[in-house]
Ligand binder design. Structure first.
Ligand code: FES
Length: 345
């Protein structure tokens, strides 16, 4: 039988209930409080807390994220630790001060209204929620794989102004439980799905005077599409540049959508780039295309989402072009989950 404990964040007067099988992070976010976090899977360490009072079970917290010495020092991963008693915890990560709204984490039910192949091994999944979800452009949700008790994280590609109709871009993983085992096999239009969200701290929500560069690899385009639509609808940046990289022409998607957007909006610039196929567009590494276009990135900001190798190459290229590390925001796609950080972290 599940029992509950009371948890309080150091500095806050308001304790809240946490079930003994619920992670500290899940409870904090559902209570409308905030803990820095990114992957929610134990891989990034962003959610590390110091347990000032009480005891936790660390569950599957990996040693590469939470070392034995850190455990001995009373640290825990908020996304995996569950309470064994009442707790007082102190976040170790720095809370973002960019003024982004904090939307409480909630469970949602919805219906699949579209499921289409849009690129090589890539599907667009659209879910109509029963209730709207408030989120920041760039955040993600966790879809529950039926009958497994497991969830998989996918970024919303729709803007927050469409809170009931969530669009996800899903890349197939060979043998993946969520993809080969569900979204690319059993799932069909009309089926009911469960998810929780919003999660993550990769977002662009504030008005800024500097132009922004978005760089995406593969389905790393999803949160950037949400950000681009949101930013352009609200006039948040003076100029917006979107680079999307794929290996071959069949890896690209939404090309017409972004070309139309570019034709409509004078301050939006779109450049798809292929690394392994000659075509009538740009070829090479997507990050090289950025270097080619900008002699200096001083005073600009960048948002990168995609595989770790692309992110690392992008961060190096932007720093070479003198972009301040604190203005480089990135979300890496690992096998398990997206991981959001700034280049300074
Ligand atoms: Fe907890 Fe990444 S390790 S959010």
């Amino acid at each position: 039988m599940t029992s509950t404990h009371r948890v309080r964040i150091q500095g806050s007067d308001t304790p809240f209930e946490v079930a003994d099988d619920q992670s500290v992070l899940d409870a904090v976010l559902r209570a409308g409080e905030w803990l820095p976090h990114s992957c929610t899977q134990g891989t990034c360490g962003t959610c590390k807390v110091r347990v000032l009072d009480g005891q936790v079970a660390h569950n599957d917290s990996p040693e590469y994220t939470l070392t034995p010495a850190e455990r001995c020092a009373g640290l825990a991963l908020g996304c995996l630790a569950t309470p064994c008693s009442d707790l007082v915890v102190e976040p170790l990560g720095t809370a973002s001060d960019d003024g982004a709204p904090r939307h409480p984490l909630r469970d949602f039910d919805g219906t699949v209204v579209a499921l289409d192949d849009i690129a090589t091994d890539t599907r667009r999944l659209v879910v109509e929620l029963d209730e709207p979800m408030s989120f920041n452009a760039g955040q993600y949700a966790e879809l529950q794989i039926p009958g497994t008790g497991l969830g998989r994280q996918y970024s919303m590609a729709n803007p927050p102004s469409e809170p009931k109709r969530l669009e996800f871009h899903v890349k197939r993983t060979v043998g993946g439980r969520a993809t080969d085992g569900w979204i690319f096999s059993a799932l069909s239009v009309g089926e009911r799905v469960e998810l929780r969200g919003p999660l993550g701290q990769f977002h662009l929500v504030r008005e800024q005077s500097e132009p922004a560069i978005l760089i995406g690899g593969g389905t790393g385009l999803a949160p950037l599409k949400s950000i681009a639509r949101h930013v352009l609808d609200h006039g948040l940046v003076p100029e917006l540049y979107l680079y999307h990289g794929g290996r071959r022409r069949d890896d690209l998607y939404d090309v017409d959508f972004f070309r139309d957007l570019e034709a409509e909006r004078g301050n939006f610039h779109y450049r798809p780039v292929l690394s392994e196929e000659q075509w009538d567009g740009s070829t090479g590494m997507v990050t090289d295309a950025v270097v080619e276009d900008f002699r200096s990135c001083k005073g600009l900001s960048a948002y990168l989402c995609g595989p770790p190798a692309m992110i690392e190459a992008g961060v190096r290229a932007l720093k070479r072009r003198r972009m301040a590390p604190r203005l480089i925001f990135r979300e890496e796609f690992t096998v398990a989950a997206p991981v959001a950080t700034t280049a300074a972290s």
